[in-house]
Design a protein around this ligand. Structure first.
Ligand code: IPD
Ligand code: CA
Ligand code: CA
Length: 262
């Protein structure tokens, strides 16, 4: 079995687990004041990590609920980076906007990304050099060429209550200069929306590798651009992310630079 085949199969199976829990109910625990974890997160992660270990026992795994950090000294190896349920707050409240996100890196570069949205039965997949697809059909970023014609999406990290003053200025500026800014509650879905042209740009601070690993390659393979918020090269150690259809990227960077300068 190839890496992408396993990632696709496992993302679908994990999505099935999430759908089952959504239908029959689940226990919710709290990782912090506004940071939840459910039985479904844990069951999904157990399934995914067991499948990877069963097929590729030599590959490394970073999975959100198992903890651990990404090791740069393992950069020569294959690394599976897994968010078993991205959008837990939505899931816990019964709002059907969440996803399974599985990214695979080799030598520090993303080689495979799969995002599965079980509520809409939409599977996004990308492999380096082979383009990006949704349910097997090729997808591309949008062709919107200016920020004032764009629809943007963003999110807040879990420390938003403590750092609201830090996060809001970018929201105000992008609301001022675009056609709208949405907050969907799942970074993986946000990035899938940019890759498929439903959104034109996405920015967020305080993200983790498991939030972005799959979306990163999906957007690049769909023709978009992914950087840090300061425009420098993105990698999975980057907590800040700006991604777009490429055409509005410099305008978004200019907005962010004006904020940093002021
Ligand atoms: C969260 C979601 C959310 C984003 C947060 C993430 P989780 O992931 O992606 O959209 O704003 O920063 O932590 O906790 O639901 O897996
Ligand atoms: Ca997440
Ligand atoms: Ca998660």
């Amino acid at each position: 079995m190839t890496i992408i085949d396993l990632a696709i199969r496992t993302a679908r199976e994990a999505g099935e687990i999430l759908r089952d829990y959504a239908a029959r109910g689940f226990q919710i625990e709290s990782k912090g004041r506004n940071n939840l974890v459910t039985e479904a997160d844990l069951a999904s992660e157990r399934h995914i990590t067991a499948a990877i270990r069963g097929t590729f026992p030599a590959h490394h795994i970073l999975a959100e609920e198992s903890g651990g950090t990404l090791h740069s000294d393992l950069a020569d190896d294959y690394y599976w980076i897994v968010d078993p349920l991205d959008g837990t707050t939505n899931f816990a409240h019964g709002f059907p906007c969440y996803a399974v996100s599985i990214g695979v890196e080799h030598k520090g570069r993303p080689v495979v990304g799969v995002i599965y949205d079980p509520s809409r039965d939409e599977l996004y997949a990308a492999e380096s050099g082979s383009g990006a697809t949704r349910n097997g059909q090729p997808i591309q970023v949008s062709t919107i060429g200016s920020l004032d014609k764009s629809l943007l999406v963003s999110g807040f990290p879990y420390d938003v209550r403590e750092r609201m003053d830090q996060y809001m200025p970018a929201w105000c500026e992008f609301l001022r200069h675009s056609q709208g800014v949405r907050r969907l509650g799942s970074a993986a879905i946000d990035m899938a929306c940019v890759a498929s042209g439903q959104m034109d740009g996405f920015w967020e601070q305080g993200l983790h590798a498991w939030d972005t690993a799959a979306g990163w390659i999906l957007i690049e393979e769909a023709g978009g651009r992914v950087t840090k918020l300061d425009g420098s090269s993105f990698d999975n150690f980057s907590a800040s992310l700006l991604c777009s259809n490429g055409l509005i990227h410099d305008e978004m960077l200019a907005v962010l630079r004006r904020l940093t300068a002021s």
